[in-house]
Design a protein around this ligand. Sequence first.
Ligand code: BDP
Length: 696
Amino acid sequence: EDGYELWLRYRPAADAAAQAYRAQVAQVVAPAASDTQRATRDELSRGLRGLLGRAPMLADAPTAAGALLVGTPASLPSIDRLGLDLDDLGEEGYLIRSVRVDGRAATVVAANSDTGALYGAFHLLRLMQSGQPLEALDLREVPKVGLRVLNHWDDLNRHVERGYSGQSIWDWHRLPGWLDPRYTDYARANASIGINGTVLNNVNANAQILTAPYLDKVAALAGVMRPYGIRVYVSARFSAPMEIGGLDTADPLDPAVRRWWQAKADEIYAKVPDFGGFLVKANSEGQPGPQDFGRSHADGANMLAEVLAPHGGVVMWRAFVYSDEEPDDRHKQAYTEFVPHDGEFRDNVLVQVKNGAIDFQPREPFHPLFGAMPKTPLMMEFQITKEYLGFATHLVYLGPMYEEVLRADTHAKGPGSTVAKVVDGSLEGHALSGIAGVANIGSDRNWSGSHFDQANWYVFGRMAWDPSVDARTVAQEWTRMTFSTDPAFVEPVVEMMMASHQAAVDYMTPLGLHHLMGRGHHYGPAPWVEGGPRADWTSVYFHRATKEGIGFDRTTSGSDAVSQYAPPVAEVFNDPARVPEEFLLWFHHRPWTSRVASGRTLWDELVHRYSRGVGEVARMRETWTGLDRYVDPERHHQVERFLAIQQQEAQWWRDASIAYFQTFSGLPLPEGEAPPAQSLEYYKSLEFPYAPGDTQ
Ligand code: BDP
């Protein structure tokens, strides 16, 4: 087992369950008149063959007990005859129900569209893969979020920015002639968790993707994705009219520029009729944008939105911006630039906001834009690839992190105004809603660079479908499908996954510290980074350690970033006694000797947390080592080796950080704490001439 099959392994169900399933799914009645219907039926055949040890009987109409009906009232007369109430399922929802057909027990998976039926089929297979009973089923699922999209940061030369799983899966060179079967497996995996969009190329975009030869390649990929309910999008480079269009400006208000984009949109839709639209990174980290021409983000986004609107496309305009002029606090920048434009964006624009205000740190408080732009649909941008979380070698399950952000209360419209409600559009009644995840997928056999990183792709999809689903449930589901349904395995593994995010936060950036990773590649500890082109690209800018204390003062007497949150949130963040301890040093500069909730001094607590993180990784490793009899040797071995690396590196993080911060605190280590293994000079001297996925 090399992990290629992801969570769609369809290994034989346990004997008792298999026996019941064989009777309950004795016959499959699923039409195959469209591509999506064929994909659905193929998946059911594949899944059932694997789970039950034999190919299912296929039939056009139910003729025996144990029929499984899958389709829509339009595609399958026997579903139509059931007279099910499908009205509130929308375009993508489905129901799964145990019914009787002609007096015989049957199961129905019904939807209003072929895609809905496909999602339902995957759900049914998931129930069987995880050993759930198929009796008395009555499930209804409707996605809460409209656009559930992967963002590939893939360059056209197959380099993946912040990618740790090989090269880009898109083989641009051989497209459109060669459609790697891997694309279909990619589409299957995404459809199985409800992902319905994919942005093919890096936000640091190359305008080439908008040229005719590349659009043919995009169209070929769209053809693979379409049967699986997935639309393709591309990242558009704002200056494309100059680079590939021969114009001398990309000013969004210039008529020639508008005409160029208009023609480009028409050209795209002629090739890809269901093209999703554009993702745009503008005026950020050197990328071109409307501000280069004295125009606003709204001017830029609206110009693109206007040409896409007649075709049903959207613009996902990113709020991750940087001004050339350094702000007093980078935390405040997106809010400052975007809030004044609330209400100016066209209907088919979503503003895509990272989960936190800095940049995908191991833990961040929710971004203050959530709740602050009521008139604009705000899309969540999570990172699935672990740029700041130990790349693919460290086992860090991101479910708890996503959950924490989605459940955070913005108080924008009183208590209960969670980030999830902002994002799913329900708080303000927006028709458009979306969640994006920066993909961790590459050309590695196991797709994500490590077996456990597949869980992050999985949980992203499940939470995009339903932001209220909990991380633990998803971890259980994934573990059962990916490894084993044996509770003696599932329970300890889920515990390990659930503890893993806090562990990484502890050994990297405890108590609200952030951005202390190596410069450029973001791997390993480097709290000493200073100098260079921008202060807000250094570590010292973020931790602000002095002889007296440590932390970034973002209170009303500091940078005042707290005031970007709604008053009830701001008050809590502003108060060192009330701020959640995990964000203490995010919002406050605190004396080394001040006391924290445990009764320890801040310094002692910091050291304690670093050690706690290392200890947790040691425990994870021990747990995993003891579970070898439940997992095939190939996957077990790789996870075991990766955990060994993680343990070593957690120790490195702890030791280097403590050695460094001790030069400020001047305090001894608490009783029983081992001193760093090496000198600070040694840690500083470690260099990484090359790290995968770095910007080129
Ligand atoms: C940062 C990455 C950089 C990305 C940027 C972005 O370091 O490679 O281009 O975000 O989101 O996290 O645009």
